[in-house]
Design a protein around this ligand. Structure first.
Ligand code: ZN
Ligand code: ZN
Length: 372
């Protein structure tokens, strides 16, 4: 014996989703849509297959078990989508807080060193005399600093809100659809009678469809979302060949390094993606790979060796070179360890080039280690 459907749920099932004061009375098979009299009047006049509900429901058997499973699946996907939006909002907040802190810290350091300068330059000569103006100056600067902090924070907060707003909209739609799915899921296990069952199943399907579209547009199981794409030309006047960018490495300060296999160069791009410096590296047979070692140092694979390149004041300079025992096609760095791939194996090295271990090897073919 099922628990009966509550009156409230029954009423909500019978209500037109568009016209909340109207009851569903018809079904348009042309649009596969449940309709109230207003719907019919406004949107389905030319439709050929608009029939009263009881007629539409007649003779239709509904697979509630299947429907229940799909509803549940969709519901859990929507839950994931909601969590994902929440996480994005949180990470935005964290990065803004960090940014804000850096700006304020920077300003504080500047002001303190300025004050020290003032004090040392005046203290020796007219210490007595200057005491008061300095403390006054200190107060003045403190006041300015507080003001700056306030205004920066305010500005950043507004920016943050602006960026979070669309995420909030998506999250709220997520919550609404989840709520509806949940109630329909409860309802389809309880409905009795042909017409109500018909309505419940159609509403369920419609909701699943809407949610699927929603997920495709906002989630689609990706941890990364492409926000946009821009094209920049990194060709230099001295380049004689077509540029071939095989690897790229972003520095924390926003500068970017690219390796140009076509012209045997590693190029440094500024924050506007213009080439500001380069250094020559000869890749005879192997496209280079690159990874970040410190905020101002990268490692590039060059003909099976590892070339370190440092970035200082927007200039590139070649540093030390590691000759490894094996060939080296690709490279990665994690917490002081270098990982490289040879023809067939993955190795772990120290930053000084000492082999730690071979982590993995696949000798089933000649070059299983390429492109990893
Ligand atoms: Zn309606
Ligand atoms: Zn229609």
């Amino acid at each position: 014996m099922k628990w009966p459907l509550s009156k409230k749920m029954e009423t909500s099932l019978l209500t037109c989703v568009i016209h909340k004061s109207e009851q569903i009375t018809m079904y348009c098979a042309d649009h596969s849509q449940l309709c109230c009299s207003k719907c019919v009047e406004l949107n389905h006049r030319p439709c050929l297959q608009v029939t009263p509900l009881h007629q539409a429901a007649r003779g239709k058997s509904i697979d509630f078990k299947n429907l229940s499973v799909s509803t549940e699946n969709t519901h859990s996907q929507m839950k994931q989508c909601e969590t994902y939006q929440e996480d994005r909002m949180k990470s935005l907040k964290v990065s803004y807080k960090e940014h804000e802190r850096l700006i304020v810290d920077g300003l504080r350091v500047n002001i303190v060193s300025y004050l020290r300068e003032c004090e040392t330059s005046t203290v020796n000569t007219t210490h007595e005399h200057m005491q008061y103006p300095i403390s006054e100056m200190r107060e003045e600067i403190k006041y300015l600093l507080a003001d700056f902090e306030k205004s920066t924070i305010k500005e950043k907060k507004e920016e943050l809100n602006l960026k979070q707003a669309p995420l909030k909209v998506v999250r709220n739609s997520c919550i609404r659809l989840q709520y509806e799915l949940f109630h329909l899921h409860v309802a389809i296990r309880k409905v009795l009678g042909k017409e109500l069952s018909f309505i419940a199943s159609k509403k369920c399907l419609e909701n699943i469809q809407q949610s699927d579209i929603f997920i495709k547009e906002n989630f689609s199981n990706k941890a990364l979302a492409v926000n946009g794409k821009s094209v920049y030309n990194v060709k230099m006047p001295s380049d004689s060949n077509t540029c071939g960018i095989d690897s790229i490495c972003a520095l924390p300060n926003g500068q970017v390094l690219v390796s140009d296999y076509g012209n045997n160069k590693v190029k440094l791009l500024n924050q506007q993606y213009q080439v500001v410096s380069h250094c020559n590296v000869s890749h005879y047979n192997d496209p280079p790979d690159m990874c970040l070692i410190t905020p101002t140092e990268v490692a590039v694979t060059v003909n099976g060796e590892v070339q370190f390149i440092t970035v200082s004041q927007s200039q590139l300079a070649k540093g030390r070179k590691l000759k490894l025992q094996n060939s080296c096609h690709s490279i990665a760095h994690n917490q002081g360890d270098l990982y490289t791939c040879s023809d067939t194996a993955l190795y772990k090295f120290t930053l000084s080039g000492k082999l730690v271990c071979r982590l993995y090897e696949d000798t089933s073919a000649d070059y299983t280690g390429l492109y990893h």
